[in-house]
Design a protein around this ligand. Structure first.
Ligand SMILES: C[S@@+](CC[C@H](N)C(=O)[O-])C[C@H]1O[C@@H](n2cnc3c(N)ncnc32)[C@H](O)[C@@H]1O
Length: 212
């Protein structure tokens, strides 16, 4: 990610979690790095994280020259909070409470997941200058034995918003080995570098395309 972001001056992670994005600041000393997180406990883990909502970012149009982010993957981490004796690794169980109603980490892969992320990417594009970069970390998962095409969907959604893929890297990542699909894991994550088409004019920047 650092290599992809070299030379950038203002970088935003709209899904900042506990603030991993601020690690890139060490390698990009000239960059102003910002992060937004919707859950107060996680936003509080880094002093420079803004408590806020990726669907309504508090910056003007075109403020950033790069977005760098890892949204929820729509996998079992998004399962609802169940108060029983079983050990689970989910966003809600980490907080031991229900998530904020606008938390994309509560959405399993499906139509609502896609509508939420299309809205979030449209808002991210609004605060990105024309020609800006977008670095996406995403992963597919297996449900009932079938690989879910989460990565391809994000690529197509961002292409529909006027971004084009410059580079797509696979990173080895075996993941957790428990649960129903423990022997059938997608053992890599994708880091994808996009560039916004600078011809994508101001008029179309705030329009949400018809896409599911
Ligand atoms: C996959 S995690 C990102 C982890 C992060 N890269 C880190 O270093 O911790 C996705 C994060 O996005 C947050 N999130 C989900 N919906 C959000 C929204 N509407 N606005 C801001 N943050 C949101 C979740 O609470 C979660 O912490």
């Amino acid at each position: 990610m650092v290599r992809m972001l070299r030379g950038r001056k203002r970088v935003l992670d709209p899904f900042a979690g506990v603030g991993g994005i601020f690690m890139i600041g060490k390698f990009l000393p000239d960059a102003e790095v910002s992060g937004v997180e919707i859950e107060a406990e996680w936003a509080a883990q880094h002093s420079r994280t803004t408590l806020g909502n990726a669907l309504h970012l508090p910056w003007p149009d075109g403020y950033f020259d790069a977005i760098c982010t890892s949204p929820a993957y729509g996998n079992r981490l998004c399962d609802k909070l169940l108060r029983d004796r079983h050990k689970r690794k989910t966003y809600a169980s980490e907080l031991a409470r229900e998530l904020h109603p606008d938390n994309g980490g509560a959405l399993p892969w499906g139509a609502k997941y896609r509508a939420f992320h299309l809205a979030a990417w449209t808002e991210a594009r609004r605060v990105l200058e024309p020609g800006g970069l977008f670095v996406l970390n995403i992963k597919d998962h297996i449900r009932r034995g079938v690989v879910q095409p989460v990565t391809d969907w994000h690529i197509e959604a961002l292409e529909g918003l006027g971004f084009r893929v410059l580079e797509h890297v696979h990173i080895d990542c075996p993941g957790m080995r428990f649960g129903q699909n423990r022997d059938a894991r997608v053992d890599y994550e994708s880091v994808i570098l996009f560039q916004q088409d600078s011809a994508y004019g101001a008029q179309s920047r705030n329009r949400v395309p018809d896409q599911q």
